[in-house]
Structures are given as structure tokens and as C-alpha cells.
Design a protein around this ligand. Structure first.
Ligand SMILES: [Zn+2]
Length: 352
């Protein structure tokens, strides 16, 4: 199977799973779940059969996710409303005049608070400990380099250093007695989530449901984004989480899971370094595409640039397209409901 077919097939599988888990007509009387949200913002084209309404269902999920992320951020920051002042976080003064990278750093810090608080919850320490063998190796490799990025000889009082590790190791063996480094053993974590976690998920339906929707939707949109950007390394990284995640859904998508494991064999064991890079990064290159469709795609990119230019020059544009409805009003409506119900504060005894 082509890599891109596996990626897209798997993406669809995950999307179906989200709707089968979280979208149910029987929950119409409850508040702040996907079916109730559909009624609130009147998205009648959304339906549980995602194959027949993919576009509508995807846009709806995106609206639901955005509303949850905003409400969760308001909870973390202690905001009463969107224009209020945060009571749980001190923003730097003159925030408008900060440099772009400082603003971005602040944004990432805040985003991490939402992710740690509502997505990883108590398991964030577990995630910290789960470093892959590869990442461990990279860290160790970085540690043993000199300031000018060379490998120093580890024999006492020898100052030789080498560009390549292999060269250095050969040199080390020429000492008397030869220096043999112990390769650091890679420690695999045996950490398990604490058993109290399972219990916690059942205590409070409204909170747990909304955290779960947010987690699954973020996973899905992150994967979609990686495919759109052609970010092969991110796709491979996400597959690791997906395989674990899909174990909960026992019956479906086995064929894709097998294909993914096969890809891991290729990437981590069977292919040479060069072929591995090719395999990871060329997965989105379509060799069967005709020249005309490539030109069409290039035209689209050019048009986007021209549109932006027109926008910055305030040039009047006569658009032939139908205007798309802005989802901002819908998001605001949903945020208000989530905030009113105080969804992201655990309250005993709330059930769906
Ligand atoms: Zn030496």
C-alpha cells in the first residue's frame, strides 16, 4: 500500500471513531456534548455517518474543539470573560509591544498549561518519563560532544578530538591499555498510570467527556495538519501514539495498524539511513500525478499569494465565490455554554 493511502485511511478511521464515541442522538437532553452543540448552533448537515457528511462533520468538530480550547484556557487563566483580566496568571506589562518571539513563547507556555491540565491530566509525569530509545541516544550524543561539535577522546589526559565518532573510537583503542567505553544501556520505562486515574474518569461525566473530546480532536487535527504540511517525521511520531490509542478500539483498523508496524520495521530496522529519510519525507510525493494537475495546484498557491497582496494593498476584489459563513459566532455561543456550565471544573455527581 502507498504510504499516503495508509495515512489518509488511518485519518478517516480515527475520525469515524471520534463520531462513534462522542456523537449520539440519545444524549440530546444533556448539555455541552456534541449532539447538544449541534442543536445549539443549528448544524443540521452534521450526521453520525461521517462518510456521507465528511466536510460538515469535520468543520463542526473543529468548531467544537475551538470552543473547548478557549473555555479550558479561560479556566486555566482564571478569566471571567474573553476580554477580562486573568486572575490565575500574571501577564507581562505592555504585552502588545513585546517582540514576536516573546509573544510566541508566552503563547506556548499558556498552551502547555491547557494541555497538561486537561489532556495529560495526572499522567504528565508519566509522559515526561516515556522518552524513546532514539531520543535518549540523541541526548547522550549531544552530551558527549565538545563545544566545537567534535568527539573528544575519553582516555585520561588525552586531548585528541575527532569529527566522527567512529574515528574517535578507533583512536581510543590505540591507547595502552585501550579505552573501551561502556555503551550506555537504554532504560525503558516501566511506569504505569496510577490506578486512581481510571476511577477519576468515571467520577464526573461532563468534565471527563469534554476532556476526552478535546484530546481526540487535537490528535486528529494535529495528524491532519502533519499530512497537509507534508511533515513525514511528525506523521511517524504520531503513529506511535495512534497505535496505543487504537488498542482501545479492538475490532477496527487492524489492517492499517499492521501496515504502520511494517513501516516502523522499515524505518527503524530494515532501510539504510538514506532510504529511511527518503521513505519518511517522500511519502507525500505523488509520482503518478499528471503535469496539468500539478500546474493547477501551483496556480492555487499563486492565487493565495496574490490575494494576500491585494488584501494588504486594500484592493477591491470582486469575488465570484459564495461567501462562507463565519464560525466565530458559533464558537462564541458554545464557549458561553461551556463556561456557564463550568465544564472544566470537576464537580461531583454530574452525569450524562
Ligand atoms: Zn586519545
Amino acid at each position: 500500500m502507498d504510504s499516503i493511502i495508509i495515512d489518509l485511511g488511518y485519518l478517516c478511521c480515527c475520525f469515524e471513531l471520534i463520531y462513534s464515541r462522542f456523537y449520539s442522538g440519545s444524549s440530546a437532553v444533556d448539555q455541552c456534548n456534541m449532539f447538544a452543540d449541534r442543536t445549539v448552533i443549528n448544524r443540521r448537515n452534521v450526521c453520525s455517518d461521517v462518510k456521507s457528511a465528511y466536510r460538515a462533520d469535520r468543520d463542526f468538530l473543529s468548531t467544537v474543539l475551538k470552543s473547548r480550547v478557549i473555555a479550558a484556557a479561560m479556566n486555566v487563566l482564571g478569566l471571567e470573560n474573553k476580554t477580562g483580566k486573568p486572575s490565575k496568571f500574571v501577564l507581562p506589562p505592555n504585552i502588545e509591544n513585546l517582540q514576536e518571539w516573546k509573544k510566541l513563547k508566552l503563547l506556548l507556555e499558556l498552551a502547555a498549561k491547557v494541555v497538561d491540565g486537561f489532556i495529560f491530566q495526572d499522567s504528565s509525569h508519566l509522559v515526561d518519563r516515556i522518552l524513546t530509545a532514539e531520543e535518549n541516544q540523541q541526548v547522550l550524543q549531544q552530551q558527549e560532544l565538545t563545544d566545537d561539535d567534535k568527539f573528544p577522546c575519553r582516555f585520561p589526559r588525552c586531548n585528541a578530538k575527532y569529527k566522527y565518532k567512529k574515528e574517535r573510537n578507533t583512536h581510543e583503542l590505540s591507547h595502552d591499555p585501550p579505552f573501551v567505553a561502556e555503551e550506555p544501556s537504554v532504560e525503558l520505562t516501566t511506569a504505569m498510570p496510577s490506578p486512581s486515574l481510571d476511577k477519576q474518569y468515571h467520577v464526573e461525566d461532563v468534565y471527563s467527556y469534554n476532556c476526552a473530546v478535546m484530546t481526540d480532536a487535537i490528535l486528529y487535527f494535529n495528524f491532519l495538519d502533519a499530512i497537509k504540511e507534508g511533515d513525514g517525521a511528525r506523521v511517524m511520531r504520531q503513529y506511535k501514539y495512534f497505535l496505543l490509542y487504537r488498542r482501545a478500539d479492538k475490532s477496527r483498523c487492524t489492517k492499517y495498524a499492521l501496515e504502520i508496524i511494517y513501516q516502523f520495521f522499515l524505518v527503524h530496522a530494515l532501510l539504510s539511513k538514506r532510504d529511511r529519510e527518503r521513505f519518511i519525507w517522500n511519502r507525500f510525493v505523488n509520482n503518478h500525478e499528471s503535469a496539468i494537475s500539478r500546474v493547477c495546484k501551483a496556480e492555487k498557491a499563486t492565487r493565495t499569494i496574490l490575494d494576500k497582496l491585494d488584501g494588504s494593498l486594500n484592493r477591491q476584489i470582486q469575488s465570484g465565490k459564495h461567501p462562507e459563513g463565519s464560525p466565530d459566532k458559533d464558537i462564541e455561543e458554545l464557549v458561553n455554554r461551556v463556561v456557564d456550565l463550568d465544564v472544566f471544573t470537576e464537580t461531583d455527581g454530574r452525569h450524562y
